[in-house]
Design a protein around this ligand. Structure first.
Ligand code: ADP
Length: 309
């Protein structure tokens, strides 16, 4: 049965820092229970500020935030009980053991020590840190520290998990493992919200997405719909030898950058086989190839242009 419970609700949330920086300009957002939600946006957009406010690490200048219906200010104990947060900065006690970092956190929620130890063991296993349980936090690698932060955020079994750039600085293999872990968590019923710079990450994991730019919400839709908005793609292709005539192909627009470099633009979804067949037929050898712009950047530019119109 589809649930319509709202896991997170932001109403007219604004934030002006004491420095005068206006980080959020009246954000309205609803994330349903069970969702896997991405908060995307360029650097400085206001993502961390939003998370900081939900986690009550930062106070909003105006607006209200509810977690499973509980106001984070008026019913903070209940709100916090349902929430796990993994901030970007490592903020655990680096002199404690891995096991202590996780079990001690449970104390904040009034969880009995026995239960805390059981939960800690479960999540440390899940996150591949059980072998490291007696190591001091300081000695862990960056990826392990990140996983420790995740284990700690889960010790009270929150129904909503928010992660700020969970895979920043994490190598590719570990990133995949973390994705699998988060997917499993979501399958088991945990609502997940993450911020990311990587469109690929949002694409892999999330069903719905909001985009923040300069403190404003500029999109709030499903990942599917968002991705279908990028209509054109451009490949930058380097050739082995100088090009004499520009190849003509229906469905592809070719532009010469220099003697051995061209840009090919086409509608997203176009089969590229024709392109390569054509190159083969004309004896054009490709030495390297890349997307001209990052798709996320392209999307931002498109959305920002739409906003300005
Ligand atoms: P993001 O997470 O999307 O990169 P942030 O929420 O960190 O964006 O930042 C939004 C804006 O608020 C930026 O202009 C940033 O410089 C500013 N900002 C963030 N934290 C603080 C702070 N503690 N004091 C003053 N300004 C801040």
């Amino acid at each position: 049965m589809m649930s319509t419970t709202v896991a997170l609700e932001l109403k007219n949330v604004s934030k002006t820092y004491s420095t005068g920086v206006v980080a959020l300009k009246g954000i309205n957002l609803e994330v349903k229970q069970g969702d896997f939600f991405a908060l995307l946006g360029p650097n400085g957009a206001g993502k961390s500020t939003t998370i900081g406010i939900v986690a009550t690490l930062t106070q909003a200048t105006a607006g209200t935030v509810k977690i499973f219906g509980y106001d984070i200010e008026k019913q903070s104990t209940l709100a916090k009980l349902h929430l796990g947060v993994v901030p970007q900065e490592f903020n655990f006690n680096i002199f404690e053991t891995v096991l202590d970092v996780v079990t001690n956190q449970a104390g904040f929620y009034g969880i009995p020590r026995k239960t805390a130890q059981k939960n800690a063991e479960y999540y440390l296993h899940q996150l591949g840190l059980w072998e490291k349980r007696f190591d001091i936090g300081r000695t862990l690698s960056g990826g392990m520290k990140r996983r420790l932060m995740i284990a700690r955020s889960l010790v009270h079994h929150p129904k909503l998990l928010i992660l700020d750039e969970p895979t920043a600085g994490v190598d590719i293999e570990l990133r995949r493992q973390m994705w699998d872990f988060l997917k499993e968590m979501n399958k088991s019923g945990v609502t997940i919200i993450l911020t990311t710079h990587y469109l690929e990450e949002a694409e892999q994991l999330c069903r719905n997405v909001a985009i923040i730019d300069k403190g404003n919400l500029i999109a709030n839709t499903s990942i599917k719909k968002l991705l279908s908005q990028t209509k054109e793609e451009t490949l930058v292709i380097d050739l082995e030898s100088a090009l004499k005539t520009i190849p003509k192909m229906t469905g592809f627009h070719v532009q010469q950058v220099d003697e051995t470099c061209i840009e090919v633009t086409y509608q997203q979804g176009t089969r590229l086989n024709h392109l390569f067949e054509h190159f083969n037929q004309h004896g054009l050898h490709i030495t390297s190839m890349r997307h001209k712009t990052n798709r996320l950047e392209e999307l931002f530019l498109q959305l920002i242009r739409q906003q300005e119109q």
